[in-house]
Design a protein around this ligand. Structure first.
Ligand SMILES: Cc1cc2nc3c(=O)[nH]c(=O)nc-3n(C[C@H](O)[C@H](O)[C@H](O)COP(=O)(O)O)c2cc1C
Length: 340
C-alpha cells in the first residue's frame, strides 16, 4: 500500500487516505450565505471520487467577514440545515468533512459591510481603508468564531479549520505588514499571535476535545519585512497548547506580492512548520501527479497533501491515482463496472 492511500487518524477522525481537498470558494451561496444544490453536488462528487478529507470553502462567521457576497456562512442558525445535508452526503461516500471558519477582515468583498482590521491600512487601491478594531470588535469576532464552531458541530463536521492564511483577518493580526498596533495585539510575535490564540481557545470551548482542529496559515508572505515560515512556526508554538492538532500550510495573499509558483512550491514551508512545531502538516500547491504526492509523504515532508485545482478539474483523481500507485482501493459500488 502506498503512503498516499494509507489511513491516518487525527484525534477521533480516521481518514481513508492522505488526499485533502482544500477549501475553495465557490461564490455560489444565496444572498444570505445559505448553501445551494451546487454545493451539495460539488462536495459529494469529490467524496464519490475518493478524496479522504474535504474542507469546505471559506465560510464566514460574520456577515462583514465575507470574502464575497456569495460566500457560505455560519453566522446564523439558519445556515446549519443546508450544511448538515452536505456533510451527511459527503460522509455517506466515505470522506471526512471539515469547514473552514473564516473572517475576511480588510479583504471583505461584500458591498456595504463594515471593513475591519487590526490597523487602518487598505490591501490595495481596489479595497477601502478598514477601521482599526477596538477591543470590543476583537471580542465580538472571537465570539463569532465560537458561535460558528458551535454551529459547525450541529451540522456534523469532523474537523474545523481556522482560516489564518491569505491575508484575511487573523492573518492580518499575525503579519507585521498589516498589524501596526501598539496594544497587546501588536508588536512582538507573542502579541501578534494573541488574537489567533484567543480564537482557538474560544472555539475549543465548544468544539469537543476529541475532535481535531486545524489551522491554515500563510507560511511565507513574499515581501520584505513580512513573516517567513520560521516566524509562523514560532507563533504556532505559542498557540498550539490551546488545542491545535494539524496545520494546513499555504502561503501569500497578505500583501500584493509576486509569487513564483511551481509544483510543490509550498512544500518546503510545510517541512519547516512540521519540524519546528512537531505538529502534523498538510502540504500542497500545484500538485497534479500521484508520484509527487507519494514522494512528499514517503520522505516525511508532510502527513497529508492537498490538491485544489486538480480536484476541480478531475474529481475522480484519487481513483486514478490509486491505480497508478498500484493500490486496489474500493470504488463506489455504482461505478464498479468501470473499474479498470
Ligand atoms: C477557486 C478557488 C477558490 C479558493 N478559495 C479558497 C478558500 O476559500 N480558502 C482558502 O484557504 N484557500 C482558497 N483557495 C486556495 C486553495 O485552497 C489552494 O491552496 C490553492 O488553490 C493551491 O493549491 P492547488 O495548486 O492544488 O490548486 C482557493 C483556490 C481556488 C482555485
Amino acid at each position: 500500500m502506498s503512503e498516499l492511500f494509507s489511513k491516518i487518524k487525527i484525534k477521533d477522525m480516521e481518514v481513508r487516505n492522505r488526499i485533502v481537498m482544500p477549501p475553495m470558494c465557490m461564490y455560489s451561496s444565496d444572498d444570505d450565505g445559505h448553501a445551494k444544490p451546487w454545493h451539495l453536488i460539488h462536495y459529494a462528487t469529490r467524496a464519490i471520487g475518493g478524496a479522504g478529507l474535504i474542507i469546505q470553502e471559506a465560510t464566514a462567521v460574520e456577515k462583514r467577514g465575507r470574502i464575497s457576497a456569495r460566500d457560505l456562512g455560519l453566522w446564523d442558525d439558519s445556515h446549519v440545515e443546508g450544511l448538515a445535508r452536505i456533510v451527511a452526503e459527503v460522509k455517506k461516500h466515505g470522506a471526512k468533512m471539515g469547514v473552514q471558519l473564516a473572517h475576511a477582515g480588510r479583504k471583505c468583498g461584500a458591498p456595504g459591510e463594515d471593513l475591519i482590521a487590526p490597523s487602518p491600512i487598505a490591501f490595495d487601491e481596489t479595497y477601502g481603508v478598514p477601521r482599526e478594531m477596538t477591543r470590543e470588535d476583537i471580542m465580538q469576532v472571537i465570539e463569532a468564531f465560537k458561535a460558528g464552531a458551535r454551529r459547525a458541530l450541529m451540522a456534523g463536521y469532523d474537523i474545523v479549520e481556522i482560516h489564518a492564511a491569505h491575508g484575511y483577518l487573523i492573518n492580518e493580526f499575525l503579519s507585521p505588514l498589516t498589524n501596526k498596533r501598539t496594544d497587546e495585539y501588536g508588536g512582538s510575535l507573542q502579541n501578534r499571535a494573541r488574537f489567533l490564540k484567543e480564537v482557538v481557545k474560544a472555539v475549543r470551548e465548544v468544539w469537543p476535545e476529541e475532535k481535531p482542529l486545524m489551522v491554515r496559515v500563510s507560511a511565507e508572505e513574499y515581501a520584505e519585512g513580512g513573516n517567513h515560515p520560521e516566524d509562523i512556526a514560532e507563533m504556532i508554538n505559542l498557540v498550539k497548547g490551546e488545542g491545535v492538532d494539524i496545520i494546513d500550510v499555504s502561503s501569500g495573499a497578505v500583501v500584493p506580492a509576486k509569487i513564483d509558483a511551481y509544483p510543490g512550491y509550498q512544500v518546503k514551508f510545510a517541512e519547516t512548520i512540521k519540524e519546528m512545531t512537531g505538529l502534523p502538516v498538510v502540504a500542497g500547491g500545484l500538485i497534479t501527479v500521484p508520484e509527487m504526492a507519494e514522494e512528499i509523504l514517503k520522505n516525511g515532508r508532510a502527513d497529508m497533501v492537498f490538491l485544489g485545482r486538480e480536484l476541480l478539474r478531475n474529481p475522480y483523481w484519487p481513483l486514478m491515482a490509486a491505480r497508478r500507485l498500484g493500490d486496489d482501493i474500493k470504488w463506489p459500488e455504482q461505478y464498479e463496472r468501470s473499474k479498470i
